[in-house]
Design a protein around this ligand. Sequence first.
Ligand SMILES: O=C(O)CCC(=O)C(=O)O
Length: 315
Amino acid sequence: MAPTSAFDVRISVRFPIVDPVLTRELKAAWDDDGWCVLNGAIPRVEIARTEKALTHLFPSATQYEAGDPQSTPWSTWDAAWPEFPFKSRSLNALVVHDVLIDVAEQLLGTEDLRIYMALLTAKYHGQSSGFNQLLHVDYPNQMVVVPRRDQGYQQLETFIYLTDVSPTNGATRLVSRRLTADVPVEQHTLNLEDYGHLYHEPGDASGPAGSVVAYRPDVYHRSVDDTEQGSTRFMLHVAFRPASSDIGGYQAWPIKGYSMEWFDFVRQATPRQLALFSIPRPGDPYWTEETVAGVGARYPGLDMEPWRRGVSSDC
Ligand SMILES: O=C(O)CCC(=O)C(=O)O
């Protein structure tokens, strides 16, 4: 079946664009509820640049609903979702977008951050949400201990919407931490019998393409099925932790080190972006004349000047 461009459907004029700044109210929601939606945080023009890559990676809604064989890998939420770094520079650019980094720095209270997860998912009408339909927290597969909620230990999970997301095409439902403070920490999934009241909590993370949902790994949330025929929900999941706390993790970056996608990403990224993947910042004691020369040789085309300038003369 010929790929159909569903992009006009995916990004509609349904939502007005509002000021993307992390307002005092949103910061308060993060502190008290554990989650907030930054409406239209990333300009739509930058989201629109990902259209071609999405068309290559995923079937359209029409193809999916017609049972096209290309759809088979994506029929369950437990699919092997595409991981960063992507072939598409436009997708990679969103993972390390300045707006996203600024928000992560403000919410986590430090400029020294690491990205520990970056992948892309798709939701379709007719796709099973599986166990994610139950209210759950994400920390059990993002750390082997339990979350600490104070600064220095907090982690940030985000969804970057590549399509408009509404209550009927899959907006995640999130419950305020205010309502779950008494739930024992080890209760990572909430059954309907004992916690049915929380399933009616109206916190849905709707927003236009370019919105960023920010939530903590101790926030109960659940997936809902996409009930809108012909619709899709594409989003990037990008998660951050303070560099000083390595209790959190999900993906590892060195294993990507042979891939062309990694080379391509590194060669055009800034020191601020690369620090998120453990390439030490200029001025870090790691940098000596030898390591500057070596990293420059490993990544031809990467401008090593910022790191060279950071090498002190007594190294
Ligand atoms: O698909 C969704 O709406 C939520 C996904 C989810 O529950 C998760 O990523 O932990």
